[in-house]
Design a protein around this ligand. Structure first.
Ligand code: UDP
Length: 194
């Protein structure tokens, strides 16, 4: 259930199959996991930057985010079942986390955006456990940010640092965590902030 597009292996599942057969079971067994939501820009970057390609290849799942990826799959006669936007995954994960008592950490976006977003999220998901929050304008090699996040023991870490920063941060630090779903969600915090 994969389709290779420009040498990147995309999952070929519906959003529902991906969540119910892979992500939710992995969350309940605390199985660490790295998800890349890849749009055409990300695919093009893997072609141009070998180091970035190696990072994307480290992901457990590369999800087709963006109509261009689905279009490309049709052109090579290996049509993907469904486009899975990162923002929709974010919403589904927030609902699931609230229902299951899983804690979420929010890493990324401008300081004023995250300060506006967290109260909005609390309003929308009143029973959600929020492990913590941190804006996205810090140096990637500043490990103190990571240490603070590790200490909160999050189940889900939403990483909204834009590409390639978000995938770079996840791949650099994921090994230091004992559990967690790590997903790059691009501009999702800006949308959630309203
Ligand atoms: N961002 C960040 N740190 C940075 C650069 C960007 O936290 O050093 C945030 C930015 O504020 C926005 C998100 O990353 O909330 C996505 O940024 P952008 O739209 O530029 O990236 P894309 O969604 O195109 O990958």
């Amino acid at each position: 259930n994969q389709v290779s597009i420009m040498d990147i292996d995309f999952i070929n599942m519906t959003k529902s199959e991906f969540l119910h057969d892979h992500i939710y079971p992995r969350l309940s067994s605390e199985d660490k996991c790295f998800v890349v939501t890849a749009n055409p820009e990300i695919v093009m970057r893997t072609r141009d930057e070998a180091a970035y390609k190696a990072i994307v290849e480290k992901a457990d799942y590369v999800v087709p985010d963006g109509a261009g990826v689905v279009m490309a799959s049709k052109m090579i006669n290996k049509p993907l079942k469904e486009r899975i936007p990162g923002f929709e995954l974010t919403i589904s994960l927030l609902e699931h986390a609230e229902a299951q008592g899983l804690s979420c950490y929010f890493l990324g976006a401008k300081e004023y955006v995250i300060e506006k977003m967290v109260p909005e999220v609390k309003k929308r998901y009143p029973n959600l456990k929020i492990a913590g929050q941190q804006h996205g304008f810090f140096a990637l090699d500043d490990s103190s940010v990571t240490e603070e996040i590790i200490a909160t023991k999050p189940d889900v870490v939403f990483v909204a640092l834009g590409s390639p920063r978000q995938e770079t941060w996840i791949s650099k630090y994921i090994d230091q965590f004992s559990k967690g779903l790590f997903i790059g969600v691009g501009g999702s915090f800006d949308v959630l902030a309203g």
